[in-house]
Unconditional design. Sequence first.
Length: 161
Amino acid sequence: MFSIKEILDLAVQIEKNGEATYRAAARSITHPVLVPLLEWMADEEARHAAWFAEKARAAADTFRTPVLEELNQGLLTELVAGQSFSLEEADFTRMQTVTQLLAVSVAFEEDTVLFYEMLKPFIEDPATLEQLAAIIAEENRHIEKLQTFMESEAGVADGCR
């Protein structure tokens, strides 16, 4: 039902939303540990968006009818309606520890993985499913990196500002 290009285009937007939010948070915080962390997260999101965009350019869209296109867009909209997939509601200026910030970041990344997992039943093409599995694996590696960073930074900073 969904082409890999549609999925990848949505993934690009999700990653760009995360990048923009992390960059805005980095500008609003002066804590010496958190600013580089937020910049790193923004860079990671930008790298993911570039990876997804490259995959989208390489993906060949199959022939679709306008009715199917409209139906698929409606399903995508319904799937994401209850999910923000952005960190806009997270007020980084109020977070007191590095661990809090990392926990919010991990939750965002986990929500993204859940969204990609929700798409699986709607995908019939084996090649598209394989690409989606690669996307999920990349996001899971991102979560692992954040969790490793959280373990190494736990208790390092007294506050976020």
